[in-house]
Design a protein around this ligand. Structure first.
Ligand code: DAK
Length: 259
C-alpha cells in the first residue's frame, strides 16, 4: 500500500516498522497521517507473520505535535461537531500486538501522547518530551493529562503540562516515562533487538501480557489481578505453554507456533 505521510517496511519478515514521514514539519501529525498510521498498524496487526511493531520518526523529531497550522482556525463548532481527529487517534488502542515507540528528537504534544500510547518507549539520548499545548492556549487532547501522570506521577506531569517545558531523555527515564535510553546511532538497532526478542515468544503470550499490563490502568488491583489470573490459567490451554515448558525442561530452545 502506498502512503504519503508515513513509510512502512518489515524487518526479518517479523517486525513491522512505521516511520512518520513529514520531515519538513518535524512530523507534525495531521488527520491524513493519523489515518495512514491507523491503516498500517491494523495491517501489521492482522498479518500473522508480524509479532511486534515499531513506530519511529526522524533523528530530529519523533513528532513535534499535532499540526498547529491545520488546527489554528478551527472553531469550537468545527472540532466538537466533527469530533476533531478523535477516531484516528484511537486506532492504536485497538492494536493487540506489542508496539514500541523508538523516539529520537522532539516528542511534543500529540507526539508525546502518541509515544505514550505505544506499549513502551525506547529513547535516543537526544530525545525531548513535553506537553507544550499550554503555550498555544489549549491543553493536551490525546490523553496527555491522563497517561503522563500515570507514567511520571502528578507533580512532574503538572510541571510539564502547566509550564510547557521539555524534559530530556535522562529526566524521562528517571521519571519512568521511557524504558531505556540508547545512543542516537543505536536507536533502531536496539529497538529492533527488543522487537525481535518479543517476536521469538508465543504471540498468544505477548498479546496476553500486553492486555494484562494495560488492564492495570483500567481497573482496581483486585480486578486487575483476577484478570491476570484468568489469562494466566488460559495460557495453559495453548500448545505454546507445553512447548515453552518442555523446551526448558529438556534444555533446548523453544519453537513457538502461536497456537
Ligand atoms: N505543527 C505544525 N508545524 C510544525 C509543528 C507543529 N506542531 N512543529 C514544528 N513545525 C514546523 C515549523 O512551523 C517549521 O516550519 P517552517 O517554518 O520551516 O515552514 C518546521 O516545522 C521546523 O520547525 P522550527 O523552525 O520551529 O524548528 P526548531 O528546531 O526551531 O524548533 C520545536 C523545534 C519543536 C521546538 C518547535 O518547532 C516547536 O515548538 N513546535 C511546536 C511544538 C508544539 O507546540 N507542539 C504541540 C502542538 S499541539 C487531539 C490529539 C492531539 C492533539 C490535540 C487533540 N485529539 C485526539 C482531539 C495534540 C495537540 C498538539 O500537539
Amino acid at each position: 500500500m502506498a502512503y504519503e505521510f508515513i513509510t512502512v517496511h518489515t524487518e526479518a519478515d517479523k517486525v513491522g516498522v512505521i516511520t512518520l514521514n513529514r520531515p519538513k514539519q518535524l512530523n507534525a501529525l495531521n488527520g491524513p497521517l493519523m489515518v495512514e498510521l491507523g491503516q498500517a498498524l491494523k495491517a501489521f496487526d492482522a498479518n500473522e507473520a508480524i509479532g511486534c511493531m515499531i513506530i519511529t520518526g526522524s533523528e530530529k523529531a519523533f513528532a513535534a505535535g499535532a499540526d498547529i497550522g491545520a488546527m489554528a482556525t478551527y472553531s469550537f463548532a468545527d472540532v466538537y461537531k466533527n469530533d476533531y481527529i478523535t477516531r484516528d487517534w484511537e486506532t492504536i488502542r485497538s492494536i493487540r500486538k506489542p508496539v514500541i515507540a523508538a523516539v529520537s528528537g522532539f516528542a511534543l504534544g500529540g507526539g508525546c501522547e502518541l509515544a505514550m500510547m505505544c506499549d513502551f518507549i525506547i529513547a535516543a539520548d537526544n530525545a525531548k518530551f513535553g506537553q507544550p499545548e499550554i503555550k498555544l492556549g489549549i491543553i493536551p487532547g490525546a490523553g496527555g493529562t491522563q497517561r503522563l501522570p500515570r507514567a511520571v506521577g502528578k507533580s512532574k506531569a503538572m510541571d510539564l503540562a502547566l509550564t510547557g517545558r521539555m524534559m530530556d531523555a535522562n529526566e524521562a527515564e528517571k521519571a519512568g516515562l521511557v524504558s531505556r535510553i540508547v545512543p542516537l546511532d543505536k536507536l533502531m538497532e536496539e529497538t529492533l533487538g527488543a522487537a525481535l526478542m518479543i517476536c521469538g515468544y508465543s504471540q498468544l503470550a505477548t498479546m496476553a501480557a500486553k492486555e494484562s499490563v494495560n488492564r492495570a490502568f483500567e481497573s482496581g488491583l483486585a480486578d486487575g489481578v483476577m484478570f491476570e489470573r484468568r489469562l494466566f490459567h488460559a495460557l495453559f490451554a495453548t500448545a505454546d505453554q507445553k512447548e515453552g515448558m518442555d523446551a526448558f525442561v529438556n534444555k533446548r530452545p523453544a519453537a513457538f507456533k502461536n497456537a
